[in-house]
Design a protein around this ligand. Structure first.
Ligand SMILES: *Cc1c(COP(=O)(O)O)cnc(C)c1O
Length: 372
């Protein structure tokens, strides 16, 4: 094999200005969690999402956990989450002492199905965590209607959807609060990092207090609760500030990349690409294809063959309810169906049309061959 081509599924885009900002932060001596970049990043991100408050944290998982405990979610409570998501969504509920309850997803949006949320509500339900999966917003009006009817909190897991819009509103500004991740393969990155966005001042204050060991503001080293160290560093925030400056450009390029894939792949029969409902702006975190005609084994074979051609892909997430620690029974039909048939394609913002043509060509060859 003389094939040295390798197209990763995602690569962060780090430019010279990013490096300059991080250097400046290191050089300032403010290397921990106090510093100008922290305040600036929180302000700029709150403005970007369109909320009054943003609170930086160490990663997306701690953002979820801190949001839950700050809302008072605790042992005995139930929180409804979509069955198809990254495992952190469900784990954060367990870390808060509560029980995640898995709702099925909607076949069209791949996000939590509001009709199934209703079926899963009990007297213990306290919150819903819709996930804006792969960059497409969940059906927020229907979710908010249910939440209002039953008095539930809504935490938008926006870890994959920075800049995505629901009816013209940015995700993370619609529910009780939003949480974002800045992991290396997310739409913008701080290396590791996360943020909570909200208009609720008391939630913001409570989360800020718990983020920093719940230390009394009046009396140093006096603590009234058991808090956490979930802070982001000034170095991470410096990278975040620099990345946030070009987020619109990154999203434009991601939408362009999706449209190339769509143009080049849409004639394959039985293949679906990411949805975009008429009320949505999808940011296509991961360009995804779904093959109606195949099963999990064929899907996995297609991925192996793509890898032989230097094309790195990922399977869709597996449903939480299929995993041993969450019962292992796969209780949601649509989540299972979509999970088994989906592949995430290379989706980094630096992909060129040539790359997308190469990838699409290989997908065509391999799929035609596999379905014979
Ligand atoms: C990435 C991700 C998280 C967790 O974020 P980390 O920063 O990796 O902790 C949570 N939820 C979803 C849906 C994610 O994709």
């Amino acid at each position: 094999m003389n094939n040295t081509k390798f197209i990763p599924v995602y690569e962060p885009e780090i430019n010279q200005e990013d490096v300059r900002c991080v250097f400046e932060a290191v050089n300032s001596g403010w290397v921990s969690s106090i510093g100008e970049y922290i305040n600036l990043f929180e302000k700029l991100f709150a403005d970007y999402v369109g909320v009054n408050y943003a609170l930086t944290v160490s990663n997306g998982t701690t953002a979820l956990h801190l949001a839950l405990v700050s809302l008072g979610i605790k042992e005995g409570d139930e929180v409804i989450v979509p069955d198809l998501t990254f495992v952190a969504t469900a784990n954060a509920v367990v870390h808060a002492g509560a029980t995640p309850v898995f709702a099925d997803i909607d076949e069209e949006t791949w996000c939590i199905d509001p009709a199934d949320i209703r079926k899963k509500i009990t007297s213990r339900t306290k919150a819903i965590i819709p996930v804006h999966l792969y960059g497409h917003p969940a059906d927020m009006d229907s979710i908010l209607n249910i939440a209002n009817e039953y008095g539930l909190f809504v935490i938008e897991d926006s870890a994959e959807a920075h800049g995505a819009e629901y009816k013209g509103k940015k995700v993370g500004s619609i529910g009780t609060c939003g949480v974002f991740s800045f992991y290396g393969n997310k739409i913008i990155t701080t290396g590791e990092g996360g943020i909570i966005t909200t208009n609720d001042q008391s939630l913001y204050e409570r989360a800020k207090f718990l983020r920093d060991h719940a230390m009394s503001r009046e009396k140093r080293y006096w603590h009234t609760d058991i808090g956490y160290n979930y802070r982001m560093t000034n170095l991470q925030a410096a990278l975040g500030v620099s990345q946030l400056k070009r987020i619109s450009n990154i999203i434009d390029r991601k939408r362009q990349i999706f449209s190339w894939y769509k143009e080049l792949l849409s004639d394959i029969e039985g293949l679906k690409l990411n949805p975009e409902k008429e009320w949505a702006k999808n940011v296509y975190w991961m360009v995804s294809v779904l093959f109606d005609e195949i099963n999990e084994e064929t899907r996995d074979n297609i991925m192996v063959k793509l890898r032989e051609k230097g094309i790195d892909t990922r399977p869709f997430f597996y449903p939480m309810s299929c995993m041993p620690m969450y019962g292992g029974k796969c209780v949601n039909r649509i989540a299972k169906y979509i999970s088994e048939r989906g592949i995430n394609l290379p989706s980094g913002p630096n992909l060129k049309r040539d790359d997308v043509e190469y990838i699409s060509g290989k997908i065509k060859d391999i799929v035609v061959e596999s379905l014979k």
